[in-house]
Design a protein around this ligand. Structure first.
Ligand code: FAD
Length: 287
């Protein structure tokens, strides 16, 4: 099934996982997948290279097993900045062979230690390439606070419109902790003529290190309320986890109430947290 079709009948709920870092540890992820499938998500997406180059080859294998063994729709992430067109085509063919219909088409982060191949400069180049070479549902990334490299939200949205016009079927946002950024982004996107579904990406923050990494990686802003929570509980892991879950639930309830198209939960491979959040919000997912 193509993820675009899901939005007709419900608020979509999906999960993101990443392939384990350690060599030979791919099986660990299937425990996580099994626990996530108990929640019957609309799809599970699998990152690609986001936590190290060594994880790249596992994305196809894991996305294939989610779909073909567990019977849950899967999305394979595909960052293209370090791929040649031949490599991208080989991956697209592998997705096809495995019956994977949904690709999250990305540029990827520029790694100062790896020279980019310069065959895909922007995600929109990859979107056009995928359109030319197969029948896929294409998902794109978007940034409620603007992409970290972008000097203006207006330009960022202009480029996003190009990515949608190239054939992106639905969008998933980067994580954010202040819903007002999301609502303002939704308005700007609508004015720019972007009318594909936009799923809000939510990350429950359960420790201080995790949030420091996110701020340096994607420049996400931390509202006062969030900072106060961090300060109060940073030395008490159990309380921090509870507060982080409550904060994410609060964000999601507000988003659903305001009519968001769907929620994409960055699970950080922690199914117990996904369970907690799911049970707090699942009855709200009706249209
Ligand atoms: P683009 O859409 O290409 O945008 C990148 C920058 O270029 C933006 O500043 C944009 O404004 C600008 N731009 C776009 N088009 C043009 C143009 N024509 N001319 C000038 N400027 C332009 N990374 C991974 O490595 N692996 C993953 O699995 C992964 N999964 C992700 C999942 C989600 C939901 C999100 C939100 C991000 C994910 N990322 C992942 C991170 C992503 O790769 C980075 O944020 C990356 O820096 C940008 O990728 P993009 O596809 O959004 O790029």
């Amino acid at each position: 099934m193509k993820t675009l079709d899901l939005f007709d009948s419900k608020k979509v709920l999906s999960f993101e996982i990443f392939p384990p870092r350690q060599p030979g540890s791919v099986n660990m992820i299937y425990d996580t997948v099994e626990q996530l499938t108990e929640l019957d998500p609309d799809f599970i997406s699998v990152t690609f290279g986001a936590v190290g180059q060594g994880t790249r080859s596992k994305t196809v294998e894991i996305a294939s097993k989610i779909k073909n063994h567990y019977g849950i729709e899967s999305v394979a992430h595909l960052p293209s900045i370090n791929l040649s067109k031949t490599e991208a085509l080989n991956l697209i063919r592998e997705f096809e062979e495995q019956g994977i219909k949904n690709i999250l088409a990305l540029r990827g982060d520029i790694n100062p230690n790896i020279a980019p191949k310069n065959e895909f400069n922007y995600a929109s180049d990859l979107v056009s390439f995928i359109k030319e070479h197969g029948d896929f549902n294409i998902i794109g990334a978007c940034y409620p606070e603007g992409h970290i490299e972008s000097d203006s939200i207006v330009k960022d949205i202009l480029y996003l419109k190009r990515k949608v016009d190239a054939g992106t079927d639905h969008l998933i946002t980067q994580l954010f902790f202040d819903n007002d950024y999301f609502y303002s982004f939704q308005e700007h996107a609508a004015i720019a003529g972007i009318n594909v579904p936009i799923q809000a990406g939510i990350m429950p923050v359960v420790n201080k290190r995790q949030i420091e990494r996110m701020v340096s990686l994607c420049g996400v802003k931390l509202p006062k309320k969030f900072l106060a929570m961090m300060q109060r509980y940073e030395d008490n892991p159990e309380a921090m986890k509870e507060a982080g879950i409550a904060y994410a639930v609060d964000q999601i309830v507000d988003l659903i109430t305001q009519g968001v198209d769907g929620i994409h939960l960055y699970t950080m491979n922690k199914p117990d947290i996904a369970h907690r959040i799911y049970h707090a919000i699942n009855k709200l997912l009706v249209i």
